[in-house]
Write a protein that binds this ligand. Structure first.
Ligand SMILES: NC(=O)c1ccc[n+]([C@@H]2O[C@H](COP(=O)([O-])OP(=O)(O)OC[C@H]3O[C@@H](n4cnc5c(N)ncnc54)[C@H](OP(=O)(O)O)[C@@H]3O)[C@@H](O)[C@H]2O)c1
Length: 104
């Protein structure tokens, strides 16, 4: 960047040329960033899910808050599929019993 500024030319054509190059470099840098973001998102979407039981061992536990509904319940279902022990946390005992029975 400093080198580019040091090379600021004097004639009009050279100024236009310099500006074009400058904005092209800025544009390419921005494109590269967006592309890397896209590739990272794609990677997270298609990578195989981690096997948590294998990673943390047979005796490991997962604690899930808000486990009786919505996102928490969804997490519990996925963790149960992996065969993990799950500690369910929420306020309503009846809902918790229901989810626990479903997961077992
Ligand atoms: N769903 C979405 O699209 C979304 C998007 C962004 C953020 N969020 C946030 O993610 C969280 C979960 O969303 P959700 O859609 O799964 O909600 P939800 O379906 O209403 O489930 C909430 C869960 O949390 C439990 N809970 C509520 N208050 C609690 C407390 N004081 N102590 C312990 N457990 C409590 C509820 O059970 P009990 O009532 O029996 O306690 C229930 O199991 C919320 O904080 C929500 O704001 C959700």
């Amino acid at each position: 960047m400093l080198r580019l500024l040091a090379q600021v030319p004097s004639t009009e054509n050279q100024v236009v040329d310099f500006l074009l190059r400058f904005f092209m470099i800025v544009g390419l840098m921005s494109l590269r960033r967006s592309f890397m973001k896209f590739v990272r998102t794609l990677f997270y979407m298609i990578r195989p899910p981690a096997n948590l039981k294998q990673k943390y061992g047979d005796k490991s536990w997962a604690v899930v808050t808000g486990a009786s509904d919505g996102i928490g319940r969804g997490f519990c279902e996925e963790l149960a599929k992996d065969g993990l022990n799950i500690c369910l946390v929420s306020r309503t005992k009846e809902k918790l019993d229901q989810v626990a029975a479903y997961l077992q």
